[in-house]
Design a protein around this ligand. Structure first.
Ligand SMILES: *Cc1c(COP(=O)(O)O)cnc(C)c1O
Length: 239
């Protein structure tokens, strides 16, 4: 019985993953973007390690988690999976920064100086620098996480001076919009800021936007990494 349940889960994840990858391919084509220019981060928060293993067996290597404890436990349980990249995409409390610095490969949610400094100080020196994106708040009052565009240059300059962080780009989680056109309009200033930033430094190659509900708008707006949970792993029971 249990084995059947697991293999049903695994088949369904495999076919959902294939569908999402095909969608990304098609969107790259329709937006006249190079094939392979949009990476897929599989957001596995709240999902069991068996779900991550199923996606891994189907070829997925980039996984995103939102909760520090959960992320660390999953990484430890799955330490036998080679070449996996673990991305932290949740809000960061400063008392959890050490666990993130010691266990994650990427952090998408840098939104203040204090956290950036702690992550750099706490990153073990024997590890490669922690890849980071700065999170922007692009839809005003509705979402509190992230900095305003006007604060971006100051935080960029600070992060660049931190020895154990490697600035890779920008990230945002916009409030839900009514239409694809509205989603694109919200992304426009961010896409512009990313383009300008990427001209200054060849390491800046990541615009982390797009989730299950807005992949077409995000890819049309220049996303280089979509963060997709529900469309791969199914609905979550909480959060
Ligand atoms: C949960 C989450 C996602 C994935 O959302 P879906 O709608 O399930 O695709 C992406 N990014 C962040 C920051 C998230 O918290």
């Amino acid at each position: 019985m249990a084995l059947e349940v697991i293999s049903d889960e695994s088949e369904s994840i495999k076919s959902s993953l294939t569908r999402v990858i095909q969608q990304i391919d098609q969107l790259e084509k329709s937006c006249e973007r190079p094939s392979g220019s949009v990476q897929l981060l599989a957001v596995s928060k709240t999902k069991p390690v068996t779900a991550i293993e199923a996606a891994y067996q189907a070829g997925q290597r980039l996984f995103g988690e939102n909760y520090v404890q959960e992320a660390v436990e999953k990484r430890q349980t799955l330490s036998h999976l080679t070449d996996v990249e673990w991305h932290f995409i949740g809000p960061i409390q400063s008392n959890k920064s050490r666990l993130i610095a010691e266990n994650m490969d990427w952090v998408h949610t840098i939104d203040r100086e204090k956290i950036a400094r702690r992550l750099s100080e706490q990153r073990p020196v024997t590890f490669p620098p922690l890849n980071v994106c700065i999170q922007l708040n692009i839809s005003g009052e509705e979402s509190k996480a992230g900095i305003e565009l006007s604060q971006l240059n100051a935080l960029v300059e600070l992060v660049r001076q931190l020895p154990n962080l490697c600035l890779r780009g920008l990230m945002a989680i916009p409030a839900p919009q009514q239409s694809e056109a509205q989603q694109c309009a919200i992304y426009e200033p961010l896409a512009h800021a990313f383009l300008e930033l990427s001209k200054t430094d060849s390491m800046i190659d990541t615009l982390s936007i797009g989730m299950s509900g807005d992949m077409p708008a995000a890819i049309a707006s220049g996303s280089t990494m979509v963060r997709v949970g529900t469309a791969i792993f199914g609905a979550r029971n909480y959060l």
